[in-house]
Design a protein around this ligand. Structure first.
Ligand SMILES: NC(=O)c1ccc[n+]([C@@H]2O[C@H](COP(=O)([O-])OP(=O)(O)OC[C@H]3O[C@@H](n4cnc5c(N)ncnc54)[C@H](OP(=O)(O)O)[C@@H]3O)[C@@H](O)[C@H]2O)c1
Length: 292
């Protein structure tokens, strides 16, 4: 099968890493469905690429939290292409809201808190995790990926070389603890998430339910959850765990998760275009395969 007849879907692709991934996939000859939850933002992004000569980019609406929207995308791919070769689960939410009282108190403008401008300690003071922001984060970064993947799996199974790329984050790595902040201070939970032989989607869901429960009770720290970007961290830890569960189940696919680096999409592309027999069930920190 030549590249020219590969079909890909990228979620949350109207901007950022998703948009760049679309551009690079299209440039490699893949026909790409640019998806976005907002019809206007999605069509504008698609038009921009079409005007740049990428006629192999088409738009379809997709809100990863909306079952009907996912079904509609699956129908579109089934009708147009009959199969899916590459799924890039990119859409993401940060799980945080700025604490405007603190910002006002320190006389700081929100734009100064854009990613990359401040240290994590600064962020911890200014950004807060509410129950609503955490739920939105888990529903997007974890359940969204789970739901989209489940519905698109039959189409991926129609492909001779299916690839799934879950765009994760270094905050989802379990074993960086020796050098920096412990990603999951609670040892039992850390072991549970790392125990690939016995891990199931049910267990991951249970861990996420416990997280939301402890957040509601204001008992995250005492129960050993990561306190730096708590919802985002557990969403990406769970995503990495899910990637391994899937890879163990679907042996003929290449299913990996990646930490893209700060705004770098080339690794998502690398994983999307892996050759047959390439790595699966791996976590890439940029170009290096890391322990989970
Ligand atoms: N940028 C980095 O440095 C970095 C580092 C590590 C990991 N990552 C990961 O890389 C991925 C992309 O990050 P980014 O920096 O490109 O983020 P971004 O610029 O904020 O883009 C996020 C995309 O996700 C979409 N989205 C959010 N909720 C959605 C939903 N329910 N359904 C469909 N789409 C939804 C957004 O749509 P709207 O425009 O409508 O909001 C947007 O298109 C994320 O998973 C992120 O966690 C990024």
């Amino acid at each position: 099968m030549g590249d020219a007849c590969k079909y890909a879907v990228v979620t949350g692709a109207n901007k950022g890493i998703g948009f760049e991934t679309i551009k690079q996939l299209a440039n490699s000859g893949v026909t790409v469905v640019l998806t976005a939850r907002d019809e206007k933002r999605g069509t504008e992004a698609t038009s921009l690429l079409n005007e740049q000569g990428f006629s192999n980019v088409v738009f379809h609406q997709l809100d990863v939290q909306d079952a009907q929207s996912i079904e509609s995308l699956a129908k579109f791919v089934q009708t147009q292409y009959g199969r899916l070769d590459i799924l890039v689960n990119n859409a993401g939410a940060s799980g945080m809201v700025p604490d405007e009282d603190v910002l006002r108190a320190i006389n700081m403008d929100l734009v100064d808190w854009l990613p990359g401008r401040k240290t994590f300690d600064d962020i911890r003071v200014v950004m807060k995790t509410t129950y609503e922001s955490a739920k939105l984060c888990l529903d997007t970064n974890y359940h969204g990926v789970e739901n989209v993947t489940e519905v698109l799996l039959p189409l991926l199974q129609n492909s001779p070389s299916p690839r799934i790329v879950n765009v994760s984050s270094r905050r989802g790595a379990l074993n960086i603890s020796k050098t920096i902040i412990l990603r999951m201070p609670n040892e039992e939970r850390r072991k549970e998430l790392g125990d690939i032989e016995n891990l199931t989607e049910y267990k991951i869901d249970e861990i996420l339910q416990n997280f939301l429960h402890d957040l509601k009770q204001d008992s995250l720290e005492v129960n050993g959850w990561q306190m730096m970007l708590p919802a985002y961290s557990i969403s990406k830890l769970s995503l990495n765990a899910y990637t391994r569960v899937l890879a163990r189940k679907y042996l003929k696919m290449c299913i990996n998760c990646v930490h893209p680096g700060i705004s770098d999409c080339s690794l998502s592309l690398f994983c999307a275009l892996l050759p047959d027999g390439g790595p699966t069930g791996c976590y890439f920190d940029r170009t290096v395969v890391f322990e989970f």
